[in-house]
Design a protein around this ligand. Structure first.
Ligand SMILES: [Mn+2]
Length: 318
């Protein structure tokens, strides 16, 4: 698509087809550093649905993002070759078939050598994503931002998989290295008193929102690095880690969360890790206001890109 030179070098954000940050929409992955993968699935949701509309809305919001990242001092798209892979072929009425499709397709993308940034979708998609990444990298260190532990027992009789259970199964399947797993931002009332201790019993280092605010973001970042060391890291970011004032468009909002800026700070604090995968989940546009949740999500994906760009520059520097 060629821009009209009379109006400047770039298409306006409101014009044209909304691939992620206007990157090529292609499944040709040779030489690609990062594939943006949409997973428009919300059949794992226990309360308010709508995250099937998340990937499209985040792509739309990404069109407002311009090139240079002033904190990381680089332009991610000048460093990385990024493509918009499009969406996984999900079945809205079949979570197990959807999980299989996610694992298979994302495994194929990872085999090409590209890193994947997945845009959800509800949090149930983290399990098949972790299956794909662990198949390639072995048990993973995981940084999990969320207001919920997501290690519940099956929420629906006879149905193990939903957005409240993915990390229980990921731990039980050995996809996560339990000694290098943090949950950050946990809060809100829960169905059982043992909700948080269940996660701890499975090995998670749970940093509640109270602890996070008592420590302050710089010390939370230090704790993440101390806990994980130099292992490769997968990042799962549930947008409900943010306060509903900053991210109302989500399925299970919990008051008293991180501001947008604190989330940016925490993600920037992951610099230095070898980051092998990302998911950004639970953006539900029908519950959003003024697209603020989708805009935050698009900016967080931009932060992920900046981290990968920084790492690529560092690796290229002798
Ligand atoms: Mn979650």
């Amino acid at each position: 698509m060629t821009a009209n030179p009379a109006f400047g070098a770039h298409l306006q954000p409101f014009a044209g087809l909304p691939s992620f940050m206007r990157q090529p929409a292609t499944r040709e992955l040779e030489g690609v550093d990062v594939a943006i993968v949409g997973i428009p699935y919300d059949g794992g949701t226990s309360h308010r649905s709508g995250t099937r509309f998340g990937p499209r809305k985040i792509r739309e919001a990404s069109l407002m993002l311009w090139g240079y990242h002033h904190t990381q001092q680089l332009a991610p798209l000048e460093v990385l070759r990024v493509v918009d892979y499009g969406d996984i072929d999900v079945s809205p009425v079949d979570i197990e078939a959807t999980n299989t499709a996610i694992t298979d397709e994302v495994s194929a993308v990872l085999k090409s050598g590209a890193r994947v940034i997945s845009l959800g979708g509800d949090h149930s998609i983290a399990l098949p994503l972790l299956r794909a990444h662990a198949a390639q990298h072995g048990p993973l260190a995981v940084v999990h931002f969320d207001s919920h532990c997501d290690v519940g027992q099956p929420e629906f009789a006879g149905r193990p998989y939903s957005h409240g259970t993915p990390f229980r199964y990921a731990l039980e399947e050995g996809l996560i290295d339990a000694s290098a797993y943090l949950q950050i931002g946990i809060r809100g009332p829960s169905s059982r008193a043992t909700y948080r201790s269940d996660a701890q019993a499975l090995g998670a280092r749970v940093i509640t929102i109270d602890e996070a605010f008592e420590l302050g973001m710089p010390d939370v970042i230090k704790e993440i690095h101390a806990h994980i060391g130099n292992r490769r890291v997968y990042v799962s970011l549930d947008i409900d880690a943010a306060d509903p004032a900053f991210a109302p468009g989500t399925g299970t909002p919990e008051v008293g969360g991180f501001t947008s800026y604190q989330l940016l700070q925490l993600v920037r604090g992951l610099a230095g890790f070898d980051l092998i995968g990302f998911d950004l989940v639970e953006v539900s546009p029908p519950y959003d206001h003024g697209d603020i949740t989708a805009i935050l999500a698009a900016n967080l994906a931009f932060e992920f890109l900046a981290l990968l760009a920084r790492k690529k520059i560092k690796n290229a520097t002798p």
